[in-house]
Structures are given as C-alpha cells and as structure tokens.
Design a protein around this ligand. Sequence first.
Ligand SMILES: O=C(O)c1ccccc1N[C@@H]1O[C@H](COP(=O)(O)O)[C@@H](O)[C@H]1O
Length: 214
Amino acid sequence: MSRLAIKICGLSTPDTVGAAVRAGASHLGFVHFPKSPRHVEAEQIRALAALVPPHVGRVAVVADPADETIAALVATNALTALQLHGKETPERAAAVRARFGIPVWKAISVKTGADIDAAEAYAGAVDLLLFDAKTPEGAALPGGMGLRFDWTLLRGASIGAPWGLSGGLSIGNVAQAVAITRAPLVDISSGVESAPGIKDVDKIVAFCKAAELS
Ligand SMILES: O=C(O)c1ccccc1N[C@@H]1O[C@H](COP(=O)(O)O)[C@@H](O)[C@H]1O
C-alpha cells in the first residue's frame, strides 16, 4: 500500500513551511489569488519554495489566471505544479499545460454525483484532479472556505487520473474521509488555521499525524 500524500495549502511564512515539511507533507500549496487572505506574490513563493527540500512538491494555486500571471509564476522556477481552482475548461487546462510545460492540477467543484462524472472530461488534459466542495454562487473565494461535500459520492468511483480530496478536511475528520473515499492524496488549508490566512503549526503537525494514521 503506498503512503497517503498530504498537501498543506495556503502557506505564507517560513515557519509554517518548515513545520509542514517536518510534519511529513508531500506537497505544499501557495495561493496566488489577490482576494484571498492567503495570497502570496510570485517572489514570496520563490523565497518560500527555496526552503523546501526537492522531494516535497510546490504547488501554486490560481483561479482563472491570465497567461501573464502563469508566466510570472512559472518564471520563479520554484513550482512542481500549477493548481487551477477556477472555472477553467478542459481545453484551457490542456493549453496551460502545453504552453507552460508545467504539470497541471485541476480542482473540481463538487456538489452532486454529476460533478464527479463531469471530471472525466479533464482526464488526459491534466495531471491530477482535486475534488473540492462547490462554494456558494457569489462567494469571495472559489476554495479555502472549509466547506466539504458528500464524500460518499466518491465511494467506488473510478477516476481515470491521479486524484486527491479537498474541502473542509480537518484533524478530526481526515481518517473518516480517507476511509470513505480511499483518496490517495488529501489537501487542507483552513482546517489548519487559527484565523483566515494564519496557519497554526500545532494543527499542521496534528493533521499530518491523523492523515498518516488513516
Ligand atoms: O485558500 C484560498 O484562499 C483559495 C483561494 C483561491 C482558490 C483556492 C483556494 N483554496 C483551496 O481550496 C481548497 C480547500 O480548502 P479548505 O481546506 O476547505 O480550506 C485547498 O486546495 C485550498 O488551497
């Protein structure tokens, strides 16, 4: 059985980056979305990523980015993947991957089983599908709101690509989430914070422990 991959997302300080690495995270996420309390500029991502050992993935999270935005992020040479967390189509996701030569993760907003079925259109166009809860229409953020969806929708689903589970995960529910979905990767942001955008080292450590035991 291969080890559960853990992505700690929305990091913005050297301390919390170090804590996530030491706690055993396989991937770190950096949100580049100005409306987010977790927003970090490309130069900050470059500096934070320089603290990360090469075996740990470094993922920039964006939503419906312009090509210029992607170019600036890719130019940092700090990233192992780009997470598209907006309304990008399969064609747009494939074009980003081809144009910028970077692995692409696509967040799939889930409310019903039809949303999971619709993810099939992205297989082949992206490198990883990340199932996250749909945020309410008009919400300020497309993710990072601690919302979860009905995990049983993923039970027994055959996903034709590498994938992960996101949305409303916490120290207390990650074991149940993995038991239900058999997710190979779990992704958390607000569940390891003390306030929006403020990561909590103790919570990061506790989450990684709980995920590893699941
Ligand atoms: O966290 C944000 O502010 C954010 C902004 C724009 C796009 C995505 C964002 N967050 C991502 O949402 C998921 C789930 O987060 P949570 O655990 O429910 O808080 C995660 O991948 C975040 O990085």
